[in-house]
Ligand binder design. Structure first.
Ligand code: DLL
Length: 443
C-alpha cells in the first residue's frame, strides 16, 4: 500500500464519503424500493419472487437480501433480447451487449436516468484516478456494443476533460496522436496499454520525453500487480484498476483510489456480496469467493444478486482516502477461467505473476491446454525480450529449466514452457485472448 497518494480528488464527497450508517440506511431503502418495483414491473422477477416465496415486505434489514434468489447469466440469455427489461421500451435509450462471437449476446438496456447514473459513476472513477478538466483523455477502449469506450467517454465528458475517442487499433496513429494532443490520461485494457508501449518503442518514440501520460485507467480483463509494474515502468504513469461489467452497467462499478489498496465499490448503487461459488452460501467478510452484485438504482434492467463469476474478497476497513464504499481486491480470476489441469485448480493470473517477475521475458504469453492420451497438458508459450532471445540457446535452455521448476512450485503441476521469439504472439486491441483450451474446442 502506497502511503503517499498522488492526489486527493473526490468527485462527489457527499455520496462517496457518506458515513457508513447513513450508507447502510440508504442501501436498505433502495433495496426495498427495488424489490417493490420489480414485483410490479418485471414479469421475470415477479415470477422468481413468487417461486421463492418472497414479498417486498419481507425485506426488513439488509440481511434479508439473502432471502432473494440469485440471477445468473443464463437468465439473461434465456430472456434475450429484452424480456428482462423492467421499464417499457419507450423509456429505454441505449442497449449494449457482450462481445461473444458465437450464439446470442447478453444484452443490457439503459434508460436516460441509467445513463446519467453511469456518467456519474465514471466521473467519480476518473476523478479517483486523479483526472480532471485539465486532462486530455486518450480513450482506447472499444466504442460500440462493448461498454468500455462509451463508458469512459461519458465520464471524461462529465469531468470536462478533452476526450480523444480513439477505440483500439491502428497503433502507430495512437502514438502519434497521443504525442500531438498531449494525452495525459490513457483509458484502455492493460494488455493494449502494453501494445501501445511496444509500438512507441518500435517507432523510436521515447515515452518519457515525448508522451505526457501520467495516469492510466485500466480494466476489462484480469491483470496482476506484476503487470501493473510493467505498465507503469514502460508508460511512465500511475496505473489504476477499474472494474465493471456490461450486465451490471459497464466500467465504473468499482475503482482504485490513490492508495491502491483495493477497488472502492460504488455501493450506493451496487450492493456487493461474496458467496461460495459451489454452495451459493454467503462467506464471512475477508474470505475469497464469487462476487455477487445487486443493482440498487438501475431502471431499465436491474439485477438482483447477479452472480458475476468473478473471484475476489471484500473489505470494509476504512480507507485513508475518506471514501466509505466497501472495497474488493484485485480479481483473482473468474470461476469459468479457472482451469482444472490434472485435477488441480489453476488461475491464469498465477502464471502471469510468475512470468512477469522475469526481466528476460516480455509480458506476452498464451496458455495452451490439451489432453494427450487422457492426460491434461499445459503449455505456457511466452515471448523472450529481444536481448534475451539473442543470448544463445544454452542460456535460454537453462532459464527455461529454472522457470519450469518455479512454475511447478506455484501451480503444483508440471507444465511445458516454450520461449518464443519476440513479437510472435498475437496482440489484441481490446481484451487479450490468453487461453487456448483444446479440450473444450475438441468437444
Ligand atoms: O469489461 C466493462 C469494463 C470496461 C470494465 C472497461 C473496465 C473497463 P464486460 O465486457 O461485460 O465488461 O466484461 C466483464 O470483465 O466480469 C470481469 O471478468 C472482467 N473484468 C472487468 N474489469 C476487470 C478488472 C467490461 N479490472 C468482465 N480486472 C468481468 C479483472 C475485469 N477483470
Amino acid at each position: 500500500m502506497s502511503t503517499k497518494p498522488s492526489h486527493n480528488l473526490v468527485w462527489n464527497n457527499k455520496a462517496e464519503c457518506m458515513p457508513v450508517k447513513e450508507r447502510r440506511e440508504l442501501q436498505l431503502k433502495l433495496l426495498q424500493d427495488l424489490v417493490a418495483r420489480l414485483s410490479v414491473q418485471s414479469p421475470f422477477y415477479r415470477n422468481l419472487f413468487k417461486k421463492h416465496g418472497v414479498k417486498p415486505e419481507d425485506i426488513k434489514t439488509l440481511d434479508d437480501l439473502r432471502r432473494l434468489p440469485f440471477t445468473v447469466k443464463d437468465d439473461l440469455r434465456d430472456n434475450y433480447p429484452f424480456e428482462l427489461f423492467a421499464a417499457p421500451l419507450k423509456d429505454v435509450v441505449r442497449v449494449h451487449c457482450s462481445s461473444g462471437t458465437t450464439g446470442k449476446p447478453v444484452v443490457s438496456g439503459y434508460t436516460a436516468n441509467d445513463i446519467d447514473m453511469w456518467t456519474e459513476m465514471m466521473a467519480r472513477s476518473l476523478t479517483a484516478a486523479g483526472a480532471s478538466y485539465r486532462d486530455v483523455v486518450h480513450n482506447s477502449y472499444g466504442y460500440g456494443l462493448f461498454t468500455g469506450g462509451l463508458g469512459a467517454d461519458l465520464g471524461a465528458r462529465k469531468i470536462g476533460a478533452v476526450t480523444v475517442p480513439m477505440s483500439g487499433g491502428v497503433n502507430n496513429r495512437q502514438i502519434m496522436l497521443m504525442e500531438d494532443f498531449g494525452a495525459t490520461v490513457l483509458t484502455s485494457t492493460p494488455s493494449y496499454a502494453l501494445v501501445l508501449a511496444e509500438t512507441a518503442a518500435q517507432m523510436g518514440v521515447d515515452i518519457k520525453t515525448r508522451i505526457k501520460l501520467r495516469v492510466g485507467v485500466f480494466g476489462a480483463e484480469p491483470w496482476t500487480e506484476e503487470m501493473r509494474a510493467e505498465i507503469e515502468e514502460k508508460l511512465h504513469l500511475e496505473a489504476y484498476d477499474i472494474f465493471g461489467m456490461g450486465e451490471i452497467m459497464g466500467p465504473g462499478v468499482s475503482i482504485e483510489c490513490p492508495y491502491h489498496n483495493g477497488l472502492h465499490i460504488q455501493d450506493d448503487n451496487f450492493l456487493p456480496e461474496i458467496i461460495d461459488p459451489d454452495t451459493g452460501e454467503p462467506l464471512p467478510p475477508g474470505e475469497q469467493g464469487e462476487l455477487v452484485i445487486t443493482t440498487l438504482t438501475k431502471e431499465a434492467m436491474p439485477l438482483i444478486r447477479y452472480r458475476t463469476r468473478d473471484i475476489t474478497r471484500l473489505t470494509d476497513e476504512p480507507c485513508s482516502c475518506g471514501r466509505t464504499g466497501v472495497r474488493h481486491f484485485k480479481l483473482a480470476g473468474r470461476t469459468d477461467d479457472m482451469l482444472i489441469i490434472k485435477g488441480v485448480n489453476v488461475f491464469p493470473s498465477q502464471i502471469e505473476g510468475v512470468l512477469l517477475r522475469h526481466g528476460e521475458l516480455a509480458p506476452q504469453y498464451v496458455l495452451v491446454v490439451d489432453r494427450v492420451n487422457n492426460l491434461d497438458r499445459l503449455e505456457i508459450q511466452v515471448e523472450a525480450t529481444e536481448e534475451f532471445f539473442c543470448s544463445g540457446q544454452e542460456c535460454i535452455e537453462q532459464f527455461t529449466n529454472n522457470l519450469h521448476q518455479e512454475m511447478q512450485q506455484m501451480l503444483y503441476i508440471s507444465s511445458q514452457i516454450t520461449i518464443v521469439p519476440p513479437h510472435t504472439i498475437q496482440r489484441s486491441e481490446g481484451k487479450a485472448k490468453r487461453l487456448i483450451d483444446k479440450r473444450i474446442e475438441a468437444k
